[in-house]
Design a protein around this ligand. Structure first.
Ligand code: ARG
Length: 620
């Protein structure tokens, strides 16, 4: 396995260069180097590359300064600026302008930079090379949007993870959307991603479900039970469990038999899991989410092993009949063995983290759940560390949390009757609303029925996903079809439409993608107009945006970026003719260079949509 690039793996934002120069985290932006130039298949993360250059410059200018990490800002006077001289001068008790000058002199020559200038009290203004930028934008047209250079890692993303026999709720929807998008990003960057569905498919609730199954469908072992609504079935069995002592006893016995792997009980359990999974897969199919089922039951024998290890290591303590585990950094202990000898959610996660690190050989674990589970995971990671299973220097772990989904009344998202909203119903309503919206805009009059259906689906699922991903995931968010289907503002409806309009420019001019590519092969894109240059800079920011997301796993930055690209494109389009028409509407001139820019913009936007898991359409 590769040597672990810790620099990219730290979960916390790296500390700023100063004031403390003695910190221990030293992050280099790996590979953000010249390997990405010319015709390499990787794109260049410009900012990362520049920060590396300046970090090296500071190091050679002041070798005594360790743990340096230059951070650059977007500049009003140039493209970027480096302000690190100020803070550094303070620490070194030197003149900041002198320090700035010294750093500047130590910046290695780079094809990215056309000019470096010292200004004011010690700022260094950086102007990017036009030639370099032109070549990079042209590369997008020629080679597609390629990822920045990355060291491939084995990443396990644990997401969605609903519970068998219970309805998949909006919390699971958030986990599904966010986890899928994180996986798509990692896959694009070239990581080896294992997407896991940690289904709640084991535990005491199966006792009552099996006991109820025996009564309702006595021949379930030979004939699959025709349960159409597992949720109601669950409620019925729960009611009996709560009210009927006799039933309760049988439920407990059923659990014991299930755990002893009695064939009939295993069969009943399998039937129930199958019915549930069929329901879940309908949601995954509609959302085009790929995921591998590996529920809690998978870890049964591994739970036994891990309990032995923890017990043997003297790490478990008695607490009112339970066996619990404490660790430094765990606010609450994990319950490893219940007083009746059974295992818990904590036990399965302990066995699971070991399996993922040791057997799956993961370099990076990602868990996507609601923020309500923060304490559970904090304790889990602390205990895994204490048990010697997890070492933060070797494995990166992120608990990706998210807030609650609220209804338009700002209360927890529920149906009118107060029930949890079924996801399939929610998706159906999305489709219906999307159709209404498109009809209202009279799209049915211009699109063929096939195009209309495509647009309807893309808008419905796209809007639901985008509304979730465009909000800072740590906050609660208000679920509103009206808002997400608005054709103005930062919504999928608007952005998908903006993309179709960009795509239609070349189409109206009857210029094919092949012709645009041929043109790009002949000569790089020209960036003469100020707005062309601005658009190019925006397009080339994508690799940096993606690298930043790998640090905090906050996808709303990608949505903000997508919105920014569409806004900058509009500015360009309003100021620069791509296709000129005469008073009769006849095309008199086609600017192929600008059509190349349109093509590059569309490709960047499509890549963003792909990472967000949103389908795009040619027409809508
Ligand atoms: N099934 C759990 C729930 O619905 C989520 C599981 C998350 N993953 C894990 N490894 N604990 O809340």
């Amino acid at each position: 396995m590769c040597d672990l690039p810790r620099k990219k793996l730290c979960t916390e934002r790296p500390p700023n260069l100063l004031p403390s120069l003695s910190g221990s985290i030293e992050r280099q932006r790996e590979n953000a180097g010249t390997a990405s130039f010319g015709n390499s298949k990787n794109s260049c993360n410009v900012l990362g590359h520049l920060e590396n250059l300046f970090t090296s410059a500071i190091k050679s200018a002041y070798p005594s300064v360790t743990n340096v990490l230059a951070q650059l800002q977007v500049s009003k006077h140039a493209d970027y600026q480096c302000n690190d001289a100020m803070a550094l001068a303070k620490t070194l008790k030197k003149n900041p302008r002198e320090v700035g000058d010294n750093i500047l002199k130590n910046v290695a020559p780079s094809p990215l930079i056309s000019k470096l200038e010292l200004s004011g009290p010690g700022f260094i203004n950086i102007t990017l090379s036009q030639n370099f930028m032109k070549q990079q934008v042209t590369n997008i047209v020629l080679n597609g949007v390629t990822p920045p250079p990355t060291t491939p890692l084995r990443v396990v993303v644990d997401f969605s993870s609903p519970n068998i026999a219970k309805e998949m709720h909006v919390g699971h929807l958030r986990s599904t959307i966010i986890g899928d998008s994180i996986s798509r990003l990692m896959e694009f960057l070239g990581h080896d991603v294992l997407r896991l569905n940690h289904l709640g498919d084991w535990g005491t609730q199966f006792g009552m479900l099996i006991a109820h199954l025996e009564d309702r469908f006595p021949d379930f072992a030979s004939k699959p039970p025709p349960i159409s609504d597992l949720q109601t079935f669950y409620k019925e069995s729960k009611k009996r469990f709560d009210e009927d002592e006799e039933f309760k006893k049988r439920a407990y016995q059923a659990v014991v038999k299930l755990q002893a792997h009695e064939p009939v009980h295993i069969k009943g359990w399998q039937e129930i899991c199958e019915i549930s999974k069929r329901e879940f897969s309908k949601v995954y199919e509609r959302l085009q989410v790929k995921i591998v089922d590996r529920g809690e039951s998978f870890y049964q024998s591994r739970m036994e092993d891990v309990v032995k290890i923890l017990n043997g290591g003297g790490m478990l303590e008695e607490d009112e009949g339970r066996k619990v585990m404490f660790a430094e950094g765990a606010d609450i202990p994990l319950t490893i063995v219940k007083s009746d000898g059974g295992f818990t959610y904590d036990t399965s996660d302990m066995a699971c983290i070991k399996h993922r690190i040791v057997e799956e050989k993961a370099d990076w674990l990602v868990y996507v759940t609601d923020a309500g589970q923060a304490q559970h995971f904090k304790s889990l990671f602390a205990c895994a560390k204490r048990a010697g299973i997890y070492d933060a220097k070797k494995t990166r772990i992120d608990h990706v949390t998210f807030g609650v989904v609220l209804g338009e009344d700002r209360k927890k998202f529920k149906t009118r009757s107060g029930d949890t909203v079924r996801l399939v119903d929610l998706l159906d309503e999305g489709l219906q609303r999307s159709e209404e919206k498109l009809r209202e805009k009279e799209r049915d009059k211009v699109l063929t029925p096939e195009e209309f259906t495509k647009a309807k689906n893309a808008v419905a699922y796209g809007c639901i996903k985008y509304a979730d991903l465009s909000h800072d995931r740590s906050r609660d968010y208000v679920f509103s079809f009206d808002r997400m289907l608005d054709f103005r503002g930062n919504t999928a409806a608007y952005l998908l439409y903006a993309l179709t309009r960009i795509r239609s420019i070349a189409r109206t001019a009857c210029v094919s993608r092949e012709e645009i590519v041929t043109e790009a092969q002949k000569q790089p894109i020209e960036l003469e107009h100020e707005k062309e240059w601005k658009l190019a800079r925006a397009l080339l920011k994508l690799p940096d945006v993606l690298v930043k997301i790998t640090e905090d796993l906050c996808l709303h930055t990608l949505c903000e970026y997508l919105f920014e690209v569409s806004a900058v494109f509009t500015e360009f389009y309003d100021n620069c003719y791509c296709v000129e028409k005469n008073s009769e509407g006849k095309i008199v001139k086609i600017n192929l260079n600008r059509l190349m820019l349109c093509e590059a913009t569309a490709m960047v936007m499509e890549k963003c949509f792909a990472i967000l898991g949103i389908d795009t359409v040619e027409k809508m």
